[in-house]
Structures are given as structure tokens and as C-alpha cells.
Write a new protein. Sequence first.
Length: 443
Amino acid sequence: MNKAESESLELDLTERSWVCAREPGEADLVILNTCSVRKTAEDRIWGRLGGYKPKKQEKPFKLVLMGCMSERLKEEILNEAPHINILVGNFQKHRLLDFIEDSRAEIPSHGRKAQEAATRPGRSTPCVSLTAHGEYRFSDLHYNTGGPRAFVPIMHGCNNYCSYCIVPYVRGPEVSRNPKKIMAEISRLDKAYVREITLLGQNVNSYNYSCNGTEALTFPALLKLIVNNLKRIEWVRFITSHPKDFSEELIRVISEHKAICRHIHLPVQHGSDRILKLMRRGYTRGQYLNLIERIKNCIGGVSITTDILIGFPGENREDFRLTLKLMEEVGFDDAFTYRYNPRKGTRAYQLEDSVTDSEKRERLIRVIELQRRISKKKKMNKIGSRCRVLVEGFSKKSREEMLARTEYDEMVVFPGKKEKIGHYIRVELTSLKGNTFAGKEVK
Ligand code: SAM
Ligand code: SF4
């Protein structure tokens, strides 16, 4: 979501004739878009803010902090980081551009004026705070990279209040985007260079749009509407789905439409019913396993990835064992794995953070190692097979090598030329390097 929102802001700034600086030292305006889901993400931003303080003394620039940290830590940030010029939360982003433009004239360039501004003690102008909650406004377009993939936000916020999670507090309640706006954005992407889209939301499958008492448009209906109107875009993905909202209708729509990628990201978080209940996830281990079985039975070859959250308050060895067991039973293709961080304001914050740091670390390592083994085994079974990929760009290592993605969300590198970028081609998977396939192009 942050990537999509950042791209949309970059696009707006470019339209107002801002140019991307080659390095932070050259910038007249620095915007940090922030995440509050985990403490580590926030710590990185505090580190950056510290680093920008002396830099602002050397060469003044406007510093903007946007996103969830501006929501969560408004007072603390205003006290601890007086060098921030504009603080903008998730509901006032549309106002940011005007404030940036208004202050553009004040941005001192190099030279004497800059020196004067830099030597003024403390804050030269008061921080503008755009953090009041209101109606969330979706941007019209979230694509600025020029690459073959694009994000399309379809809903915002979350009503689930999982006990560990800060999202509902900083992103507010669920709101579904007007389908006409979604279709208009997709149509623009289709006419541009884009070949694959990812529908975005904290909880995409609870998408539900209705206007003036008309019948609500659900997520499966929206998916059908989208895939039936595509021209050049051939693949559609969506993240993130909540297991409790993954309906039979959704399974059926995916199975009936080839344009919907056979990859489902379905965060389970934990394998113990006791912990799932404390997490307020709204499903049991058995219900999750049953859902996986129905998905696998109906959607041939589907890959399933997940999020696992280790070290929730009160997690004991048996709870942990059940999580490892569930991972083996499902055989996830991949997993994002996290250590629980207490987030002030959430329900779990009231619970004693009883699992020690070393236990959390040790358990997380075991989860990661197990997932690596499972992923490797599943991927090794695919060596020698052929599949379709979308070529995304150069590989990290060489400009003679291209990076592509399968519909199952697996990465493949293969020798190729840059003309292939943005094209679907067929490759044979020849070997596995870490988590990435090596392949060669075939007819
Ligand atoms: N909406 C998605 C769902 O319900 O599965 C997940 C969105 S959440 C922003 C992304 C992931 O961050 C979660 O799946 C969870 O594993 C992790 N997460 C959320 N709160 C966390 C916390 N307090 N500490 C560590 N990880 C956390
Ligand atoms: Fe957070 Fe739960 Fe909402 Fe996902 S569903 S964003 S984990 S509260």
C-alpha cells in the first residue's frame, strides 16, 4: 500500500514539475513514507530522521513525514523531531501537494539565504500537521515506474482488529473504492506499458461497494468485472486475503478465469487454536486447513503463501509445535515470517509479552529453516518443467540476465535481452539458486 501511495505522490509531484533527485544530498524536498506495523520499520525511520538533522544544517530542504507513523506518534514526533516541516497522516495526503507548493518559494537554495536559514536555532517555521481523520481518498493512478507491473488499491482500512495489529487504528475502518474509478485506472494501465496488475487492500476479499442503495458489488464480482474487460494486461493478482472472508464464490471465480494468477497469499499467522483465538483471527486451525483443501481441490496447481507471526504473548512450546506442524501439513510455497512486537493501543499490548526475545529469535529461526526446506522441496519438483513468465527487468547480478516471475509468484532468471522486458515468454526451469529459479527461454 505504501509503495502504491508513494508512486501516486511521485506522479503528482512530477506533474507539478518536480524532478527526482539523484541522491538525498541534492534534494529540496525529502518525503519519508512510513509503516507502523512493526517496531523495526519505525526504528529505521527514527534513524533516518536523526541522520537528516545535520544534513538540513548543511543544505536546507523541506522534510515531510507521511503515513502510519504520523498517525500513531504525532505528539512524539513533533517533540523529538523539530526539523520535520510537514507531518501528514493517511487521510490528508491529497492536501500535501498544496502545502508543498505553498512552501516551495520558502525553500532556500544554495548560497547566503541557505546559510541564514540553516543557522536559525530550532525550527524556522512551525510544522504543518495534516493528521486529522476523515474520509480516505484514493488517488486516480498509482503507477509511475514505467515497468510492466502495477498496483491498484481497491480498498483501504480494516475492521478486523486482530489483537496484535495497529493497522485498524492508523488506517481506519474499511472503505471500498468506487468500481468505476478502479476500472478507469485499470484501463489507463492497460493502454500504458503494464501487463500485470495487483489489486491491493488490507483485506481485499471483504471488498464490498454499494452506492445509493444499489446492490453491493463483492470482491468475486469485482474480479469478474476486471478480467472481462482486460485488453493487454493478462495477469491479475490480489493481496491480502483474510482466511475468514475467502468464500466459495471467490474460489469458483478464480478457478474459472485464467487471467487470475494461481497464487494466493493467505496469512494464517499461527497454528494453535488457543493463540488464534487470542489473536482474534476469526478462524480455527481446522477451518484454515479445510479452506486450503478446498482451494487446492478447485484451483489446479495453485501456490499458497502465508504470513506467520511467532512469539505472541503466552505462546508455549505446544502452540509453537502446532505452527510448525501446520506449515508442514499445508506445504506453503513461501512465507513471510515475523516476531511479535507489542504495539501500543492494540488489545494484545495489555497482555504480558511473555515470550523472551531469545525464545522468539530461536523460534523464528526454526520457522524460517522449515519454510526454506519446504519451499526448496516444492521448487525442486518443478525443475525440468516449462512455464509462462512475465519479464520484469534485469537480474540483480547482470544486464545479460533477465528477471521474470511465474504466475505462482516464483522468480526466474534467464539469459536474455532487454527487449524482452514487459513480454510474456515461455521458459524451462533448469536449476534453483536459493529461492530463485534459473531457466532458459523456449518456444
Ligand atoms: N491483513 C493481512 C492479514 O490479515 O493477514 C495482513 C496485513 S499486516 C499489515 C502484515 C503482517 O504483519 C501480518 O500478517 C502480521 O504477520 C504482521 N504483523 C502485524 N502486526 C504485527 C506485530 N505487532 N508484530 C509483528 N508482526 C506483525
Ligand atoms: Fe491487521 Fe488483522 Fe486487519 Fe490484517 S486483518 S490488517 S492483521 S487487523
